[in-house]
Ligand binder design. Sequence first.
Ligand SMILES: Cc1ncc(COP(=O)(O)O)c(C=O)c1O
Length: 264
Amino acid sequence: MVNELQQLTSINGEVTPSDEAMLPLPDDGLLRGDGAFEVLRVYGGHPFALAEHLDRMERSATAIELEFDRGALEREVGELLDRADRPDCLLRLVATRSGRRLVMIEPLIEHPPAVSLATVTYSPTNILNRVKSLSYAANMQATRMARAKGADEALLVRPDGTVLEAPTSTLFWVSPSGSLRTTAVEVGVLDSITRAKIIERTDVETGEFPLSDVLAASEAFLASTTREVQPVSSIDGQEISTDPSPSTSEAADAFAAALGDELE
Ligand SMILES: Cc1ncc(COP(=O)(O)O)c(C=O)c1O
């Protein structure tokens, strides 16, 4: 029998069921999206790549001059997961401007086997670029705009036609020359942890690429904590083959190997 997921939240170490968790106001984390967050995956009670997520959260916090107690947050992750029954779930970590640390157990998101994308023009802000701040409303709106066009997810493209990423995942594609490509972090995309695991174990060309390169791709996929590796079936209605897709399979195997190494 599968145990029901216990949706618990810890606020500065105080644990309650998530639907009873109360956040005292004022807190600019809520009122102005002023804070930092992370979402990581828990496999059978083990938080995958916790150190990398905490490292990135520290970088995000530094970028917006936000102090948070990493040691306390890490302890609270352990304490919260000890209260749950070796869950398969997501874990959301939040640090707010008023000094609150949240750790939330969330259910996994069910993603379809393949995803269709619609391009959405997006200009990254210089200040928050590459920062996982709580100000994610633009990313969420981009997904709604893509859905209004009949696609599952957005592909963010700069006004000059440079490909960025999806609102909560990284895009990889196989260029007409046959190389697996993704946008370089320096271009202004998030330093995705899933992306890094794939790059560590496969040949990937990173750089600044135009949308035309992606539209000519023989394969494409999204990579993220919640999606792992998810094939892309079309972009702006233009179909991309998902079968066979050797580079996508290779990336999925590379990610599975990273997971296997850590969970061993
Ligand atoms: C903008 C953006 N790009 C990429 C990703 C994927 O990052 P990760 O693999 O660390 O989950 C995320 C994750 O939420 C994101 O918000």
